[in-house]
Design a protein around this ligand. Structure first.
Ligand code: S3P
Length: 449
């Protein structure tokens, strides 16, 4: 990982048509949850299609530190022998979650209602991100936390010895916070209730049900009210992780903006709480179709067929933000290649991701000749039409995988090459990105190559 090694720059050049099939890795959100829920079950969970990116590998390591046995067979099947709800052991060492906000927040939730103490840390990006959104609700269960100023990692959590159930309205749209509270609620007696004003990704609720917990969700005037019955015995599962729509977003977007492209991206999870980008791209005029639509392991899945398209800028409805929150960086690249302006409002959560994604995209796009307007909660990109972005700049990845991949896609369609200062972080979610895009026809150049 680049955060622990030297920066690895990479330049993307205007590329010929992208053609072929793009087999993207497994879903990151579902991969983290598979390992954690497997560790909280009694028996052996088997997982195929797990994302073997650094974020998820760090969660696997953490689950071992809490007492689960996690192994991988030579043919890529992962097994987790769980310790049961309330069975976490106290880790002997600091838990390093690397770059992963999802990993650390979900694990903090899961351990916070057991009588154990654990210290968490991460890379420079993760240690700068707010953890108060987790320590606030877990303190209601009875856990204590001792972190750096501003609620930052490194942080020690002392789990509640006698947890009480909680009713908690999540103050921001965040599946990580919702999931941390539900995972904490697993080892509290009685009913834990989480209320979210806007629906966020619902993998935790679906998977808890799959693992045998009693969870219900109800739409009310307050929002979505999720009720969990505490202290279940979770039953081990066999999980086939669908491929990640947030990773599919990159070959899909690149094909839309690189002239003459025609790409198939098979087996993509299309859970409605994740698929907002594809709706938005179609509204912009994308030639994007879903083939072979089906259900797999309770999640809707389809093959995405995408062809180069002349796109128009649109106003993205703010209420769609939770279903495409990780896709705004790559959408802003698509928007730069559309005609007219694209307005993205209600996106201030982007400021507390792996980087401040509004600032990272605005500065990099500006360096490449694109006009941007922004405020705390808004990003507006003035499109330059297909292939119209001048490029010819070096952009900063800021330890953020999605920023790095977005600027490489920009370079594939720009008039002049676009360099990314460090592509190391891409390994957190999409370790095969360079090869996969190269096989489709993307032209990359390493320094001194
Ligand atoms: C995730 C939730 C989102 C998303 C992240 C994965 C999850 O974060 O950005 O990449 O797996 O629950 P927030 O909950 O902070 O919005």
């Amino acid at each position: 990982m680049s955060s622990h090694g030297p920066a690895r720059p990479l330049t993307a050049k205007r590329s010929g048509p992208l053609k072929g099939e793009a087999h993207v890795p497994g879903d990151k959100s579902i991969s983290h949850r598979s390992l954690i829920l497997g560790a909280l079950s009694v028996g052996t969970t088997e997982i195929t299609g797990l994302l073997e990116g650094q974020d998820v590998l760090d969660t696997a390591k953490a689950m071992r530190a809490f007492g689960a046995t996690v192994t991988r067979s030579d043919d890529g099947v992962w097994t987790v022998q769980g310790v049961g709800v309330g069975g976490f052991a106290e880790p002997e060492n600091v838990i390093d979650c690397g770059n992963s906000g999802t990993g650390v927040r979900l694990i903090m939730g899961a351990m916070s209602t057991s009588p154990i103490t654990a210290t968490f840390t991460g890379d420079a990006s993760l240690n700068g991100r707010p953890m108060g959104r987790i320590t606030d609700p877990i303190s209601l269960f009875g856990a204590q936390s001792y972190g750096r100023q501003g609620g930052r990692l490194p942080m020690t959590i002392v789990g509640a010895a006698e947890p009480v159930p909680v009713r908690y309205a999540v103050p921001m749209p965040s599946a990580q916070v919702k999931s941390a509270v539900l995972f904490a609620g697993l080892n509290a007696p009685g009913q834990t209730v989480v209320i979210e004003k806007e629906a966020t990704r619902d993998h935790t609720e679906r998977m808890l049900t799959g693992f045998g917990a009693q969870v219900s969700a109800e739409e009310t005037s307050e929002g979505r009210v999720i009720t969990l019955h505490g202290q279940p015995e979770l039953k081990p599962q066999t999980i086939a992780v669908p491929r990640d729509p947030s990773s599919a977003a990159f070959p899909v977007a690149a094909a839309l903006i690189v002239e003459g492209s025609d790409v198939l991206v098979p087996n993509i999870g299309l859970n409605p709480t994740r698929a907002g980008l594809f709706t938005t791209l179609r509204e912009m005029g994308a030639d994007l179709t879903f083939e072979n639509e089906r259900l797999e392991g309770g999640e809707p899945v389809a093959d995405l067929r995408v062809r180069f398209s002349t796109l128009k800028g649109i106003e993205v409805p703010p209420e769609r933000a939770p279903s495409m929150i990780d896709e705004y960086p790559i959408l802003s690249v698509v928007a730069a290649n559309a005609e007219g302006k694209t307005v993205m409002r209600g996106v201030k959560e982007l400021r507390v991701k792996e980087s401040d994604r509004i600032d990272a995209m605005a500065r990099g796009l500006e360096a490449c000749g694109v006009t941007i307007e922004e405020d705390e909660d808004t990003l507006i990109v003035h499109g330059m039409g297909p292939g119209g972005v001048p490029g010819g700049a070096t952009t900063e990845a800021r330890l953020d995988h999605r920023i790095a991949m977005s600027f490489l896609c920009l370079g594939m369609a720009a008039k002049n090459p676009v360099k990314v200062d460090d592509v190391g972080p891409i390994a957190t979610s999409f370790p095969i990105f360079e090869t996969l895009m190269g096989d489709l026809g993307a032209q990359f150049q390493r320094d001194n190559a």
